[in-house]
Structure formats: C-alpha cells, structure tokens
Design a protein. Structure first.
Length: 303
C-alpha cells in the first residue's frame, strides 16, 4: 500500500552538535515540531537538505531509526548510492531502520556523463523488488545530465512500487508540458513539487510539496497547498509574496546547496535548533547573510 503524501512533506535538515556529530535529540525536536502541523504527511531524510551523502552508513541508519521512534508520521529515506547494487543495499538498511518509502536519487555519475536508456528504470525496479521499498520518482533539474525525458518518466511511473514523483525540473516550459501527461497517463501517481524557489507557478498542478523549505515555513506552505488545490490564485499569491523575502534569502544564493546552510540559520533564528553547524564540504555563511535571513523571517512574520 502506498503512502498518502497529499500535503506537505518537509525534508528536514540533519542537525549536528558543535563538534560535528549527528545530534539525534535536536533531530527529534525538529521532527516533532514539523510533524505537529496538521497536513504534514511525512518527513523525508538523507537528501540534499539533510546532507545525507555527507553521513556515514551508520549515521544514515541511526538518523532514520531514531527519527522513526520520535515522530508519528512516516519517515521516507533518500536513496543516493552510486550504482544499482549499492542503492539496493542502502534501501535494505533503510527498511530495517523503519523507513516506509524511498526517494530515489539518480546514480550521481549520470550528472556528468548521462545515463543509458533503460538504466533509471532498472534502478527503481531493483530497489522495489529487492528491498521492498516503495519508490518516489525524483526528477532532477534539466540543466543536469541526470534529468529524465518524458518517456523515461512515464515508464518509471508505470512500474510497480512507484507511487509518487518529486518533480524539480526547474524548467516551467517542461513543467507545463509534461505534468499534464504524467497526470493523464498515471492518474494514481501523486505529483509533488520540490521547486522551493518556484512554488507559486507549480502549486496549481500538484497533490503536495516535498521541499526543504518545509523546515522553516510549514504553516504558510500548508496555506499555499490549500490555496492551490482550491484554485485560489489570490490567496496563493498572498502567501508567495509574504514568503518572497525568505525565498530570496534562502534560495536565491550563489549555490542551491547554500540553501541548506541558510535553512539551519533560519531554524536557529526560529528557536528550533540551537546551532547551525554544517558538515564539509558545506561552509558557514557570513554574519551578514545570517542577518539577512533573520530580517527576512521577520518580514514574513515567521519570528
């Protein structure tokens, strides 16, 4: 049975202690705060926002298992391993730790070299059949060579065990063209936007959001989802405009990866995290950037 992700699915950051160890107590606090919002359907760990590829295997397993114990919503694990066999073993560990689904990242060598036709389909098939973990199709930005064309998306979406798609194509022409086809050909496929910086455009076509942004603005994002489903553009635009200073401060930075650092600084300002420690290769932002983030939160009435 697939999960119901029709709502907000935050991708929480992974808190670290000041000396760089995973802070499971802080993760539990963050997870419980997020899960306490009515309309939050799951928490998705070990992805980009969660610095998942920067954790050891033991840390990944512990992050899943301890969060599962702490919250009463499903925990979904990012599966990022390079190579199908490695990804299957990662998925098996996630199942043993209590994860209920997988957000399946592309094999990262494809980012540079591209993929052979049929290889992505095999990755999803193996994770579901060999690990028993239901899968979310993850569509990467189309500036990468790990981006799937429409035919590949349709074939993956039709495979057993694939129940949702997290679409981050970041090309609104493709979004407007491909999402209706995915919806038509796979009516039961749950369509989730992960366009943290393009939420307004995508809100009227989706069942929900799977976003790092959910760390810091769960209540407004739930309002945005409701407005999108009601086709209430004025209400959606009002939420968008309210959050725009935060969007700029967190996501309109030199690198999208800096968004993770900014999310932690925002959570510190919100009082949810005690510190904003990140793990290399991420670097701290400047004091001026931190002040910009705090001011943006105040402008959006989040603090």
């Amino acid at each position: 049975m697939s999960l119901d992700l029709r709502g907000l699915n935050p991708a929480p950051v992974t808190p670290f202690t000041p000396d760089g160890e995973v802070d499971h107590q802080a993760m539990a606090k963050l997870g419980q705060w997020l899960a306490g919002h009515d309309g939050v359907k799951s928490l998705v760990v070990l992805g980009h926002a969660g610095e998942g590829t920067f954790l050891t295997q033991d840390e990944q397993v512990a992050t899943v298992s301890q969060l599962v114990e702490a919250v009463d919503v499903p925990v979904i694990a990012g599966i990022t391993g390079e190579g199908t066999h490695v990804a299957v073993e990662e998925a098996k560990r996630a199942v043993a730790a209590g994860a209920q689904a997988a957000l399946v990242y592309p094999s990262h060598g494809w980012l540079r070299f591209g993929y052979q036709q049929g290889a992505p389909q095999e990755r999803y098939r193996a994770i579901y059949e060999e690990a028993g973990l239901p899968c979310i199709l993850f569509q990467y930005p189309d500036v990468t060579k790990a981006n799937y064309d429409l035919d590949t998306q349709l074939e993956i979406a039709a495979q057993p065990g694939v129940f949702a798609t997290k679409n981050g194509v970041r090309n609104m022409r493709r979004w407007d063209t491909e999402i209706p086809v995915l919806r038509r050909e796979n009516p039961d496929l749950q369509i989730l936007s992960c366009h943290d910086e393009y939420l307004l455009h995508t809100m009227f076509d989706v069942d929900g959001l799977l976003v790092g942004y959910g760390n810091i603005a769960p209540a407004p994002l739930l309002e945005l989802i409701a407005a999108g489903k009601a086709r209430d553009y004025a209400a959606a635009r009002a939420v968008h405009d309210r959050l725009l200073p935060v969007t700029k401060a967190v996501y309109h930075r030199g690198s999208h990866m800096e968004g993770t650092v900014a999310l932690k600084l925002a959570l510190k300002a919100l009082g949810v995290l005690e510190n904003a420690t990140v793990r290399s290769p991420l670097l701290d932002l400047s004091a001026e950037a931190e002040q910009e983030i705090v001011q943006a939160l105040r402008s959006a009435r989040l603090v």
